[in-house]
Design a protein around this ligand. Sequence first.
Ligand SMILES: C[S@@+](CC[C@H](N)C(=O)[O-])C[C@H]1O[C@@H](n2cnc3c(N)ncnc32)[C@H](O)[C@@H]1O
Length: 263
Amino acid sequence: MSSANQVRSGDLVLLYLTARKRWLVRAIEGEKLHTHRGIVDFNDVIGANYGSTVSTTLSEKLWIMMPSIRDLLMKSERPTQVVYPKDLGAIAAFSGLGPGKRVVEAGAGSGVLTAFMANLVRPNGRIYSFEIRPEFFSVAERNLKKMDLLEYVTLKNVDLQEGLDVTEADIAVLDLGDPWNYVQVMRGCLVAGGMLVSICPTMNQVEKLVEKLEEELFIDIESMEIMLRGLAARTGMTRPNMRMVGHTAYLTFARKTIDPNKG
Ligand SMILES: C[S@@+](CC[C@H](N)C(=O)[O-])C[C@H]1O[C@@H](n2cnc3c(N)ncnc32)[C@H](O)[C@@H]1O
């Protein structure tokens, strides 16, 4: 009998050698993974406990780990700019993302943020995500499918300019170059009191967005940049990493109020 901590055929597993050498793969009975450190037979992985090791044909030992959402996101196809984990965490905390939430999003891009949100709102919540470019729409669909998250997402290949058929969303997310042009559309999708989140790479975008948010009677507008500095932790000589990510994006959060004239 297999326990929850044992790999089952079809599971996505992380095979870990070092921080830089790791493989995210589906363990399928009878199949093999070819690496420069030797071949892994998935029959040796299936039934093994997570946290144990499997040997390659070159006697290299790889740790068998359950992939975290971060592993899944960072191993996905990324032809567009994507939202990185340091910003994802803040988006979740500041917007109140969680089980059961209805979220409307554009553009889907590679679907990285979409997947992160789908993982948080499941099983009863839903993400409605829109992407104008067919090639990115296909990537987002593939990524979500690979992460077993597509069932929580309604993904459409449409231009946001055409308007959206989503109402009563708790959270609206804009990750595209001209978010100020879509504040009104998103306003129409949100419940009163709902939260709008926007991701902008430059400050002039933030300024234009905030002007529009004020015009559209959003309140509690907060813009921020999240800094992350890793540590090289070693006994007696712990210090910050020599390298850090200089910039990803600025985040803006705002709450929708009821317009006494329009609702
Ligand atoms: C920076 S990417 C989004 C990345 C995404 N958040 C992720 O983490 O993978 C911006 C996307 O917005 C899409 N986009 C731009 N204008 C759009 C519009 N009017 N309607 C729908 N999608 C649009 C672009 O094609 C692009 O794929």
